[in-house]
Design a protein around this ligand. Sequence first.
Ligand code: NAD
Ligand code: GLY
Length: 358
Amino acid sequence: MSVHVSLGSRSYDIHIGTGNLSDAGTLLAAFKPVSLAVVLTDTNVQSFGYAQRVAASIADAGINARVLSVSAGEASKSIETADSLWQTLLEDGTDRKAVLVAVGGGVIGDLGGFVAATFARGIRFFQIPTTLLAQVDSSVGGKVGIDLPKAKNMVGAFHQPLAVLIDTQTLQTLPEEQYRSGLGEVVKYGESLDAGLFEYLESGVEKINRRDNDVLQKIVAGCCRIKADIVAEDEYETAGRRILLNYGHTFAHSFEIMSGYTLLHGLAVSAGSICAAKLALKLNLIDAALLRRFIHLHQALHLPAETPERYARKEAVALMYSDKKTEFGELHFVLPTGLGQCKTVKCTPQTVLDSVAE
Ligand code: NAD
Ligand code: GLY
């Protein structure tokens, strides 16, 4: 399966399959001349052999490849890690015909993309995402970056990849919590942007829970299609369309901060989506039956379906309004207006608090 991301001269294809990591070499060869493929991965992903398989396939296609590995985890999205990668690229004589190949989750995609966007004023990069969250979200759309100690994703760029290669077989080794985190983003797409996807998820709960590869391929392709269309319309998030991908994210952001980032992003989004749906109900944008349907799917997929009990609701709402840019004391939320439909709505803190009180 493939999904085209239509961005003029920056257009690219997302290739989705199962057991297709070894297509990396053939796909990269289409972009020759390539002086060197720098395959960036993390220590966990490396232990499963995915980066080595990608590097071997690239070498078979007649392109020099070397593997670089950084520590697994969000802490690697730092200026220190970026600096050490820039130094290594320099010492290796990496030139502008090199390609950085990111094999890993969103951390490796964001970090690798940032290093590629900045080294020698920009080299090409190729995304091979291995978490569900990265396959359905972070590898598509060109947002790359690193964190500052007090602000996530604060330094970055838009740098579209040459191509994205997705092997859903890699999801079989993903820890359960990471898999659920990715599902949180998948359900987000269904609830806010695609009724057909939501219905497909409802009908496939059992297969999704046992990570059936055929179902995963369809889900990943569906999510990539939704994101690709939105990115094609609003690449730089200036036209009011790309922001719709942030359904559930305003609440989620507060939950993540309050947990000291121990709550995984997609699980925070899952809880945040239900909060947004409750707010939509309060504003009569949806009815109670639709909210119940959302909650039911979250429960069936073992996803959070509540404001996390351990976070005082008042505190979470106060944090949202202090942390984000408000307009005359009001914040913009992406709220559902029906199944697979959403829009942005301005709300006061009191309305938000009232909506999540029950
Ligand atoms: P991650 O990259 O940290 O991966 C999660 C964990 O799974 C890591 O420990 C990793 O080593 C491990 N892992 C990866 N693939 C595996 C596999 N196949 N088998 C076993 N273990 C595997 O986290 P993530 O959830 O993929 O991504 C989160 C990051 O993505 C955050 O930094 C977030 O800011 C970013 N993000 C970016 C965008 C964007 O548009 N650029 C969108 C959403 C999230
Ligand atoms: N993850 C939101 C975006 O890419 O815009």
